[in-house]
Design a protein around this ligand. Sequence first.
Ligand code: HT7
Ligand code: ZN
Length: 874
Amino acid sequence: APVIRLEDYRPPAWLVDTVEMDVRLDPARTEILTRLAIRPNPAGGGGPLRLDGEDLELVWLKLDGRRLAAGDYRLDESGLSIASMPDTAAVLEIATAVDPSANTRLMGLYRSNGIYCTQCEAEGFRRITFYPDRPDVLAVFTVRLEADKVAAPVLLANGNPVESGDIAGTGRHYAVWHDPHPKPCYLFAMVAGDLGRVGDTFVTASGRTVDLGIYVERGKEDRCGYAMDALKRSMRWDETAFGREYDLDVFNIVAVSDFNMGAMENKGLNIFNDKYVLASPETATDADYANIEAIIAHEYFHNWTGNRITCRDWFQLCLKEGLTVFRDQEFSADMRSRPVERIADVRTLKAHQFVEDAGPLAHPVRPESYREINNFYTATVYEKGAEVIRMLKVLIGDAAFRAGMDLYFARHDGEAATIEDFLACFAETSGRDLTQFKLWYSQSGTPEVTATGRWDASTSSYELTLEQSCPPTPGQPVKQPMVIPIRFGLIGSGGDMQPAVVEGDGVTGDLIELRAARQRIVFRGLAERPVPSLLRGFSAPVKLTTNLDDDDLLFAAARDSDPFNRWQALQSVATRLLTDAQAAIRAGGAPAADARFLASLRRTAESADLDPAFRAQALHLPTQADIARDIGREVDPAAIHAAEDWLRGLIGASLADTLRALYGGLALNAPYTPDAAAAGRRALRNAALSLLSATGDAADIEMAERHFRNADNMTDRLAGLQILVRAGAEAAEAALAAFHDRYRDDPLVLDKWFTIQATAPGEATLGRVIELMRHPAFALSNPNRVRALIGAFASGNPAQFNRPDGAGYRLLGEVATQIDRSNPQLAARLLSAFRSWRVLEPVRRAAARAELERIASLDGLSRDTSDIVRRSLE
Ligand code: HT7
Ligand code: ZN
């Protein structure tokens, strides 16, 4: 596949003003008549017309009413060209036909459980009709849909409903939808089927009433309440936090069960993976509720950041995705606990983006080239993209940030914009030069910051030397220094201390702007030696190393006024302990306990003045991936796993009385509610139970079994099941069977059952995964099932996926290459589990390489999969 480069961007030769579509839905042969009003781009366009098209049957083509003959145009596997075009505006009519039932890629028009639906981002519209399928061609769409009235009583498309009716004597009916807002075709959507509807209304700040609808498979209407509530809260929040009002008469959400990603922000007609809509206490965990809230908000927020202002080209993907993740994170922080949300977001960032940035798939937040754009919907574009926006806000301040957003909305509404357009708004409102800041968009890799502090009692001063560097990443051997905002405080025995004088560049209030490779700051006039608290709130996505010892960190864990850094300090000590422990285990020795850490953890767990959700985060140890990243080379996942088991067991035994008291004291004697306060109590209680049972103590395992059996909600039931399976308890099999029997007809809940088994420790897991692939509820055609079993095994069970015999790699390779034939996007995503293979110890590294090379040698690989495999091997 050719490489597409940002530097080659050229404006479109032809613009499209209006699109009128007439779609005659049929399961095997859907006909689409499209009428395009086109004109040469006044900015030097015109000439030959090129339209994208993929897997389409061209029925006929008319230009200005004249049917074109075969010689008038050229068809090839990626589209259609008309060499001789008029030099004025023209009307092009195209009739295409597609087979939605045969569309297993889930891109374009396909069927999910009998429902017709579409997915057009990034390049799916070309699988519906021939079109300039690029985000900088914006047009006003009118869509007429018709279908069998019994099979598809519901007919939906973007925009507002215009008219509907029966087609006499045919058993069919139709509906016309008009979207007045010009949009790129990737935001096009239509849905038809026999769907249940849950309705509500929302009155906007200016008093307009919007009809809200959530459409789901019949019988699931009673699981839409939380999604609807989250939608209304999102609409209100965007008005108050960003001054953004909704702009159509209706807003519809449809939940489908076959979907490649989480959801899609099509204008006025969001389409969701049903996992992120459907929830009831009986079927959804607290984490599911939080995800639903965040994703409903994310897709809704795209209405302004993505839809009203879209991307000029796919290199600018972070313009909409990074910004919208930032917005949904802020929303969740306002709805829940800000520090706890920040901790959760940073955990996700480190677990996915830091890992990606450290491996062969590393790329800048704004990539400069790609072969397959679907492979760039990554943690870097989304999560690091959000961090870049957050840094911008920290650097220029809240007022200039809000003014910059207002200016961006005013200046670029209705346009397809670039990162340069976006940054220019903030440069203007802040009066700052953002040239160096822009490096965050072009340099890949996680910057490393080293902070070395020195207390000089004779002068009562504290000297802080900050150094930054960034490791080489693919195509970028050498990096320039970035602007790194470091929020800080100096902690003294009585709390935060104020120095009398600060010497050195780049310090304003509680913010250090690290711009140079090395910067020295001296704080004078301090009453005592401070413990510096750096990178408060994780003010920049960097890897920070300090010369603070464990005593300093544990002091910070107890005294830092920044809750994020309190949590981070404990995590840093735990990371050191686990890293040392895995080294000891590899060397055949025994890990060493640390009484000070255990005492500090106990204090945090017992601190009644701290939010239970925060305390639960403190009890969650760094993940195995965190430790692998800390080690950085010659990684042995089995040793890391053993170290984790050891530390969990040690905590469970040493803090048993505290953990039992927490478990007993936090029971909620009230019906389940998904709010943050109740979820926080459950999280802390389940974390306590999980650590207790890590000792293998029979009484604690029995307690976990009772917890499972008596649970009145999915959060507790699943936590109990997970604890039993993880502990390898005798009761685990019976619990798994009971869970299965209870939810045998509920695929979304069975996904949890698949995942628990796929992430179970022990060598038997691989065989179990293979066996579960034959379970009647499992299907390679359904992305949720595949991710729940195969994805969970490959990404959520490092010790078993990375078996030294390579069997885990072979399983993933075989399944992914099989899926590649039907759904390349899903296959490529699964294979990104290989992204850290180079840091493994030699035996595993060789086995992983062998599997990647085997896959690379196969004929007929999709562009998605060959791109991932090739970059992984480079
Ligand atoms: N903007 C959406 C991305 C998306 C997508 C991309 C490629 C293939 C399928 C897809 N489904 C959804 C989702 C979002 O970020 O909001
Ligand atoms: Zn998005």
